[in-house]
Structures are given as structure tokens and as C-alpha cells.
Design a protein around this ligand. Structure first.
Ligand code: BES
Ligand code: ZN
Length: 618
């Protein structure tokens, strides 16, 4: 284990990272998902020195936090999960007293460190557990190259505490720098300034000069290459994938400049994407400067790049203006879906973005129905009640798509120009701050009143934010391209005709709309006809495959069995796994089959996925 070089600490002090006073961060909101009490003592900067050990699947590290505390604060509290703490020092050389509370499921343990009036830094020497929930250690077999292991983190929502002791609340921001030692044949990347090539010493330095919340801490280690797309953007991936990825994301710079034209300058310098191995449990994760992405967006035809627009949009909504608590999660995701659709509209036209909007509306209606029938109707409010619950339970279409339609309805009510000016100012004035739902509505009302003399009615806000379901005047997107799909479906139902000429120009989205709107019941013979027509079972597009395979399970279309099993074992993205396992468990035989497949697939999944499916399948 290394300790922090003294000269480096002096350097940090010299460049102005000295502890700040408490009053500089006025908007402190109590977050029920963190043990920390940032209004009494909070962190301002992290210096992280770590060694990554693949053989023991552990990280041995020292986290040195610069702190700011109220004059009478006797302790500072950190969140930890499954960390073994070796020792804690104050100001580099003074042994600190500390206590760890008993472990609470999901939330972990509070680490309370005694501090003094003039304490400037707290250094925590610790080691992670091989089961650390944020970390996924992949064997060479689980990578594309098959030669080297791979490690990646997933910190959102409250998993950062399993690899860095931190004040794990989205309302607490800090800058960081780090020194990470990895096997010398591997490259390390963080949500910070990144190397573009391997340096063969295995030691990498990182610096994140913009303050971020802990859920945006990220690390990836593996055999990784880089390819530029523009002077400020590019793609990282395993060597065999990097060219494919660069081709798929060719429009990356256009997306960044398009986003800037909409809502202001990109404030994080560099924007890269890393394409991870297939077990990555999400589609994308907006780690600052380096979006983490699933390889399932490499469709080969650039048809799934709205996901990149989404993660890029988080550079404003989420990473600049951050949900204060996970109960305000819609502020991150609803804004981001809105922004994502605007980027796609700007680049590819309204025809295109309205397809996305209609898919979003359909999926939202299904989610609301589903939550209603499962006695979770309260979770259809935008403002969530997640006290004592895993914030992961708030990750539904409500935050994303109800959030999106709420914002879109403000746009439609009072005009796009006004709304765009509002959003731009909202991002600028609240940059690098936390925002809760109430802060947002106050800002919105005040802005429209003072700038436009328009009063935004409380009833309107109440109906969207604090009421279940959807207001009757929820925007209904109209997609001319999907109307053609509807006509094609009608024609099939009426005459059995499936003319490939009519579908030759269809994008992934049209195929998705087609597959999601098939007749309510299909005979095996009809499934066969469809498969011969669209070759769905052999589709390389994971979005299409998921919808198709759900139908295959429902209608007992056995020719897709092998594909289904292979897909479930080799894909870790929860959004795809979920509908398939859900469909399987609807029958007793299906449930047996699901359990059998899950037993084989589970070792490939990240904690985020096993945590969901253990409950479903054990
Ligand atoms: N920030 C989310 C992923 C996330 C949310 C991780 C909550 C952990 C907790 C990310 O921006 C996201 O929304 N990803 C989506 C893709 C998007 C296009 C809807 C996903 O992974 O499917
Ligand atoms: Zn998102």
C-alpha cells in the first residue's frame, strides 16, 4: 500500500483545494440513502491512491478526503459497504479514532471519524471485498479478446460506497485526483482526464477538476484501445471492437455541437465513450468525460445511437444540475430523455425523433398499467417516496418517460422558444449544484412569471408531479413513419400479405413498432411466417431480438429456443433480460426453464442484474 506523498498534498493546498467553509454550499438536503451528514461536515476533494489486483479481485486503496466542517463538528461520516478499514489518519500523520456501525442491508455501514476544529484531511486506508457491488471483475473468457481480465465499476445509485468510502449522496460534490496501479499490460480509465495509450508502467494519474457527486466515480481497466472521432471526442473499446465502435459513433461530434447549440457549452472538456464487455448491466452510464456503454448498441447500422445522445445529454441534466436525492431521479432522467430527443430531432429530423417519442409513450402506458396491477401505483408519481428502499426501485419508465412528457407538455403549452431559453438558463444558473423537485418547480414558476408574465398553475404541476398515472392532456406523439407500419400491419391482418419492398427502408424503430403491435395472439405457423419474412431469430440487433424472443416465449415458438438461451447467457443488460425472464416465469414450465438458464447465466451478470433476478428466480 502506498501513502500520499507529502509534497503532493502541499501542491493541492497551493492550487486552492484547501477546505472550504460550510456556507458555500447552501442547498443541503437530507438524503435518506446516505448516512453522511454533509451539513455538519462534508468532503470537498478526494485524493485516491489505489492498486487493482485481479487475482484477489480486490482494490487496496487510500482515500484522502479534504473536508469542510462546521466549527463545532466532532466527526465526519462516510458511507461504506463491505470495505475493510485498516486505519484512518487525520492530516496525513495523526491516528484518528473511528467507528463503523453495524451493516444495514442495501445501505452498508456508516464510518464516523473523529475530527478536530482544524482538521483538513481524513485518510482512509482500506481494501474492497471481492463481492464489492459496484465492481465487476471479468475473466478473460468474458471479454472479446479472451486474453486479459477486465474490471469496470457501476456506482449509480448507491454503489460507490462499495469501492470508495465516500459521502454517497448526489447532493455532495467534490473534485478528485488519483493514482491507480494496474497490471502493466492493461489500460486504466476513470471519469476524469484519461490516457489515450498504455504506458507500460501500469501506473496512471487522473484528475477531475469539475466537482462531481460520488455516483459519477468510475473506473475501467482492461486491454483497451482508443480511436479519435473529433479533437474532443472518441471511443475506447477492446482492440477487436474499436473500429466498429468508431464507425457506429461517427456522428459523435455532431451530437456534441448540436447539444451545445441547444443548451449551452459542453463543460467537461473531453467526451469519450467506452464500449464495455456484454455483461455491463445498463445501456449506458453517464460517467463524466467517459460514457460507459453496452456493446449491444453496436447494431451495425447506427440505429441505436440515441443512447449516446442520452448519455451525452446527461453532461447537462444530471452531471451539471444533479438530482438532490434519488426521490428526484426524474430531474436527471426526464430532462435527459427530453434533451436526447431534441438532439436526435436536430440531427435526423422530427420524423425520426417522433418515432422515439411514440415508443416512449407506448412503453410508459405499459409501465403505468403494470405498476397499477402490482400495487405499486404510488410509484407512478414523478416525485418518488423511496425512504428505506433501494433507489434502484425508482428506475422505471416513470422517471424517464413521464418526466419527458411532463417537460414536453410545458414546451407545447407555452412554446418551444420560451422553453429552450428557460432550460438553457436553468442549466447555467444551477451548474454544479443539486436540485430537488421543489427547487425545480419554484425556479420554473418564477422564470415564466418574471420573463414571460406567464403563470404556471399549481394544479398542472400537482397533476404531473404528485399524482399517480398520467394527466388526460399528456402529449400524444404522431409519427408518420409509424403510421405506415400500422398500415402494413393492417394489410397483413386483412390479407396475409407481407411485402418486403414495403419494409426495405425500415429502421430498427419501425421494426420495434411492428413487433410491439402484432395481433394479440399468434399461432405457431404465423410466428414461422413472420420469422421467414423478417429473420428475427437471427437478428444481431438486441432491441429487436428482445421483443421477438418475448413473443417466441409467449407463443411457444421453439425454433428460437437456442437463441434465447444464448442471448440470456451472453447479455448482461437488465433492460433486455427483464422482459424475457418475466415472460418465461408466467408458466410453471417456463419458470423451470428460466431457473435452469439463470443458473448458467448468473456468473456472467453484474450485481445490479443478479440483485434483480435473484428475487425473481430463487
Ligand atoms: N443513468 C442511467 C443509468 C442508471 C440509472 C444506472 C439508475 C443506475 C441507476 C443512464 O443514463 C440510463 O438511463 N441508461 C439507459 C439508457 C437510456 C437510453 C434510457 C439504459 O441503461 O437503458
Ligand atoms: Zn439516463
Amino acid at each position: 500500500m502506498k501513502s500520499i506523498p507529502y509534497f503532493f498534498t502541499l501542491f493541492l493546498l497551493a492550487v486552492g483545494c484547501e477546505p472550504k467553509t460550510m456556507k458555500e454550499q447552501p442547498n443541503m438536503i437530507q438524503d435518506s440513502h446516505s448516512f453522511s451528514k454533509p451539513s455538519e461536515a462534508r468532503v470537498t476533494h478526494l485524493h485516491w491512491v489505489a492498486t487493482i489486483d485481479f487475482s484477489s479481485k480486490t482494490i487496496t486503496a487510500t482515500a484522502t478526503w479534504q473536508i469542510a466542517a462546521a466549527g463545532d463538528a466532532k466527526e465526519i461520516i462516510f458511507d461504506t459497504k463491505d470495505l475493510s478499514i485498516e486505519k484512518v489518519l487525520l492530516d496525513n500523520d495523526q491516528v484518528a479514532t473511528y467507528k463503523l456501525t453495524d451493516a444495514v442491508p442495501t445501505f452498508g455501514q456508516a464510518l464516523a471519524v473523529g475530527i478536530e476544529r482544524d482538521t483538513k484531511t481524513v485518510s482512509i486506508f482500506y481494501k474492497t471485498s471481492p463481492d464489492a457491488e459496484a465492481l465487476q471483475w471479468l475473466s478473460p473468457q468474458q471479454t472479446a479478446g479472451k486474453k486479459n481480465p477486465f474490471l469496470f465499476t457501476q456506482s449509480q445509485a448507491i454503489l460507490a460506497r462499495s469501492w470508495v468510502p465516500c459521502q454517497d449522496s448526489p447532493s455532495v460534490r467534490f473534485t478528485y485526483d488519483s493514482e491507480v496501479t494496474v497490471p502493466s499490460n492493461l489500460l486504466a480509465l476513470m471519469s476524469a482526464s484519461n490516457p489515450k495509450t498504455i504506458n507500460h508502467t501500469g501506473v496512471y494519474q487522473f484528475r477531475m477538476t469539475q466537482p462531481i457527486p460520488s455516483y459519477l466515480l468510475a473506473l475501467a481497466v482492461g486491454e483497451i484501445n482508443y480511436q479519435d472521432i473529433s479533437s474532443r471526442s472518441g471511443v475506447y473499446a477492446e482492440p477487436s471492437i474499436v473500429d466498429t465502435a468508431a464507425w457506429e459513433f461517427a456522428d459523435l461530434e455532431k451530437m456534441i455541437s448540436g447539444a451545445e447549440e441547444l443548451y449551452g457549452k459542453y463543460r467537461w472538456d473531453q467526451y469519450d465513450v467506452i464500449v464495455l464487455p456484454p455483461s455491463f448491466p445498463f445501456g449506458g452510464m453517464e460517467n463524466p468525460r467517459i460514457t460507459f456503454a453496452t456493446p449491444t448498441i453496436l447494431a451495425g447500422d447506427r440505429s441505436l445511437t440515441s443512447l449516446i445522445a442520452h448519455e451525452l445529454a446527461h453532461s447537462w441534466s444530471g452531471n451539471l444540475v444533479t438530482n438532490a436525492t434519488w426521490e428526484d431521479f426524474w430531474l436527471n432522467e426526464g430532462f435527459t430523455v427530453y434533451f436526447e430527443h431534441r438532439i436526435m430531432e436536430k440531427l435526423y429530423g422530427k420524423d425520426y425523433s417522433e418515432m422515439l417519442a411514440l415508443l416512449a409513450r407506448q412503453s410508459l402506458d405499459e409501465t403505468i398499467e403494470d405498476l397499477k396491477t402490482h400495487d405499486n401505483y404510488a410509484d407512478t408519481k414523478l416525485k418518488l417516496n423511496l425512504k428505506g428502499r433501494n433507489p434502484d426501485e425508482g428506475v422505471t419508465d416513470i422517471a424517464y418517460n413521464k418526466g419527458y412528457f411532463f417537460l414536453r407538455s410545458i414546451e407545447e403549452k407555452h412554446g418551444r422558444e420560451k422553453f429552450d431559453r428557460f432550460i438553457k438558463d436553468y442549466f447555467n444558473e444551477n451548474a454544479f449544484k443539486a436540485m430537488d423537485t421543489e427547487g425545480f418547480t419554484a425556479y420554473l414558476k418564477n422564470y415564466y412569471q418574471t420573463k414571460y408574465s406567464i403563470s404556471i398553475e399549481d394544479n398542472f404541476l400537482k397533476a404531473w408531479i404528485y399524482t399517480e398515472g398520467l394527466p388526460a392532456d399528456c402529449p400524444q406523439p404522431v409519427s408518420t413513419r409509424f403510421e405506415k407500419v400500422n398500415a402494413f400491419l393492417q394489410q397483413w391482418k386483412a390479407s396475409g400479405k407481407l411485402d418486403p419492398q414495403q419494409t426495405s427502408t425500415w429502421s430498427t424503430h419501425e421494426w420495434l413498432h411492428f413487433l410491439k403491435n402484432l395481433p394479440d395472439s399468434l399461432a405457431r405457423s404465423q410466428m414461422e411466417i413472420l420469422d421467414n419474412f423478417g429473420h428475427f431469430t437471427s437478428s444481431g440487433n438486441a432491441e429487436i431480438l428482445t421483443v421477438w424472443l418475448t413473443n417466441a416465449i409467449r407463443y411457444d415458438y421453439t425454433p428460437a429456443d437456442a437463441t434465447l438461451e444464448h442471448f440470456l447467457i451472453h447479455t448482461g443488460r437488465r433492460k433486455f433480460l427483464n422482459p424475457l425472464y418475466q415472460e418465461l416465469i408466467k408458466t410453471p414450465e417456463g419458470k423451470k426453464r428460466a431457473k435452469g438458464i439463470y443458473r448458467k447465466a448468473r456468473p456472467n451478470y453484474h450485481f445490479v442484474a443478479t440483485n434483480t433476478f435473484d428475487k425473481l428466480l430463487n
